[in-house]
Write a protein that binds this ligand. Structure first.
Ligand SMILES: C[S@@+](CC[C@H](N)C(=O)[O-])C[C@H]1O[C@@H](n2cnc3c(N)ncnc32)[C@H](O)[C@@H]1O
Length: 261
């Protein structure tokens, strides 16, 4: 059933906050942040981005990180509807791009069902920011014909069920695993079992584009043996595929240790 809305209905804009560096925001994102009444932001949104929100706007943290309490998705959806019905210009500020592992689909569906105008301002997803930071072209025509963004984490904290490991183990596909900081070793083992070479280059990054950014490079065998190095509360991405050979050789040239197991 479609919910009705009052004549004072405001609007909701889902805004991509990018990976952390505020300079990676779009001009449109900044303009929307500067005209917001209320901003509901996720835990991975950086302070530098929040500094750009209109000073008079209310900023509400609704995200979860490292076991801290968070709002339920249902409550966030209800809150957006309530605020918009009061005529507020609501910004739903999400890390990276809202459409990549960001639950944007559920939020858009809820807002549309309530008759609330909703718009999306894209952001730079962490995988693309990592590729830029590493100087790696994910679709370098000599090494890869496709790129896949994959989740390394299911609701229960383990590997997602039903991933097509045979398809993922394609040597000419660049893989970018999100949310795989704790499942990196399991991901690597499944890919090796599915036939991907143990010497396939790997680059993992934490807190891409932030002052505390960290990088590791190595092989799939090393990832299977050791997993991702402990990154604490930082968000981690894992890139796997031939294109990451450049990140490995660059790290070695710069004197950083690569893991080969
Ligand atoms: C719920 S997903 C959100 C992804 C986000 N919508 C995007 O487009 O980047 C959270 C995961 O994104 C990745 N991530 C987000 N920001 C990151 C950053 N600055 N550095 C490394 N990984 C990041 C991590 O894998 C993290 O576990």
């Amino acid at each position: 059933m479609r919910e009705t809305s009052s004549s004072r209905t405001g609007s909701v804009v889902l805004v991509g906050a990018g990976p952390g560096d505020p300079e990676l925001l779009t001009l449109k994102a900044v303009r929307v942040l500067q005209s917001a009444d209320v901003v509901l932001f996720d835990a991975l949104v950086s302070d530098g981005v929040l500094d750009l929100v209109r000073r008079e706007a209310r900023c509400l943290a609704v995200g979860k990180r490292g076991g801290r309490a968070s709002c339920r998705q249902q409550d966030i959806n209800d809150l957006m509807v309530r605020l918009a019905r009061r005529g507020k210009r609501v910004v739903r500020l999400k890390a990276g791009d809202p459409m990549i592992f960001g639950r944007a689909g559920e939020e858009i569906a809820r807002l549309e069902a309530a008759g609330i105008p909703v718009e999306v301002v894209p952001g730079i997803t962490a995988g693309l920011a990592a590729a830029a930071a590493l100087g790696v072209s994910l679709t370098h025509r000599d090494h890869a014909h496709s790129v896949r963004f994959v989740t390394g984490h299911s609701k229960d904290g383990g590997l997602p069920k039903g991933l097509d490991w045979q398809g993922l183990a394609d040597p000419e596909t660049s893989l970018v695993f999100y949310m795989a900081g704790r499942t990196g070793a399991a991901v690597a083992r499944r890919l090796i079992d599915a036939g991907l070479s143990q010497s396939t280059p790997v680059a993992a990054m934490a807190s891409v584009s932030c002052p505390d950014e960290t990088r590791w490079t190595g092989t799939l065998a090393a990832l299977a043996a050791e997993g991702c190095p402990e990154a604490g509360d930082k968000p981690v991405l894992v890139g796997i595929g031939r294109v990451f050979a450049r990140a490995v050789s660059r790290a070695e040239a710069e004197g950083r240790q690569s893991r080969t197991a």
